[in-house]
Design a protein around this ligand. Structure first.
Ligand SMILES: Nc1ncnc2c1ncn2[C@@H]1O[C@H](COP(=O)(O)OP(=O)(O)OP(=O)(O)O)[C@@H](O)[C@H]1O
Ligand SMILES: [Mg+2]
Length: 259
């Protein structure tokens, strides 16, 4: 089982869009494997964007309102499974988790038994530092940070790296930071170009080469209930596909070196 956390300490950085793209491409490339996209954000944006609704959501399951966890298949030709957040239930579950003796290992103990040994689980996380993020970091094999190239997004990366360091100092986690993905960029805006260059200078090993431009086709996927790999503009589909391939290559390279 592999857990991939899509994490950022800033809102609106493209976490949900990237998580959906990753789930879609992995499902198409691995039809025999269980690919699960979990919406762990009480905004519930995965369910909204993909027009998926279910009864036994992540929130309901964690809140112990149900013993069943619904995994809804997105589409026959994009056969990944979606676990909806359950919004208010997830919010209530979070408050309850805080009161447990071992709050950070609750997902490991309560959720992981639900998945098969060959499952690939992609976590779309909330933009805040929270007990949900802590729980997912505890079980994550890989972490991916999406970012824009505006000033506040750059400062968000600094905050996130501090959080990761802080977390690692307190908990034994194996999560490997795979890289930082630019999920919305305007190369013709000087400030954005300079910020991209700063990112590449500061994190030469971490930056993914595929850069996602600002794209109306990507911006409208959510309201059209499509994934970025179903976007109307082929360039949008291709750039997301290139990013997912690069993510996959880095995972393979890491597995080769670390078993
Ligand atoms: N490359 C892009 N070009 C244009 N719009 C984009 C692009 N990528 C994402 N968007 C849009 O930007 C908004 C934020 O993206 P998304 O919801 O994926 O971010 P997020 O990090 O999950 O946000 P939150 O922190 O609120 O969960 C969405 O409306 C999305 O459709
Ligand atoms: Mg989101």
């Amino acid at each position: 089982m592999i857990n991939i956390a899509i994490l950022s300490a800033k809102g609106g950085t493209g976490k949900t869009t990237l998580a959906i793209a990753l789930a879609h491409q992995y499902a198409v490339a691995n039809p025999d494997r269980e690919i699960v996209l979990i919406d762990a954000d009480n905004q519930g944006n995965v369910g909204i964007a993909l027009n998926v609704t279910s009864q036994n959501t992540l929130g309901a399951f964690l809140f112990e309102a149900t013993d069943t966890l619904d995994m809804v298949r997105y589409k026959p030709d994009a056969p990944f499974l979606v676990i909806e957040s359950g919004r208010m239930n997830l919010y209530e579950a979070e408050k309850r988790i805080h009161r447990l003796d071992a709050p950070v290992t609750y997902f490991r103990d309560r959720l992981l038994p639900e998945f098969g040994p060959r499952s690939l689980v992609i976590w779309d996380l909330p933009p805040t530092l929270s007990i949900v993020n802590d729980n997912v970091l505890h079980i994550a094999d890989y972490v991916i940070i999406p970012t824009h190239t505006d000033y506040l997004s750059l400062t968000g990366i600094g905050n996130l790296l501090s959080y990761l360091e802080h977390f690692r100092a307190r908990h034994a986690v194996r999560g490997h930071l795979l890289g930082i993905a630019i999920t919305l960029h305007r190369e013709n805006v000087t400030q954005n170009r300079l910020n991209r260059e700063t990112l590449e200078r500061t994190f030469p090993e971490l930056m993914f080469r595929a850069v996602i431009p600002l794209s109306t086709a990507i911006a409208t996927t959510a309201q059209n209930h499509l994934t970025p790999l179903e976007a109307a503009d082929p360039r949008a589909r291709e750039c997301y596909s290139a990013l997912v391939k690069e993510i996959h290559q880095r995972m393979l390279r890491f597995q080769e070196h670390h078993g």
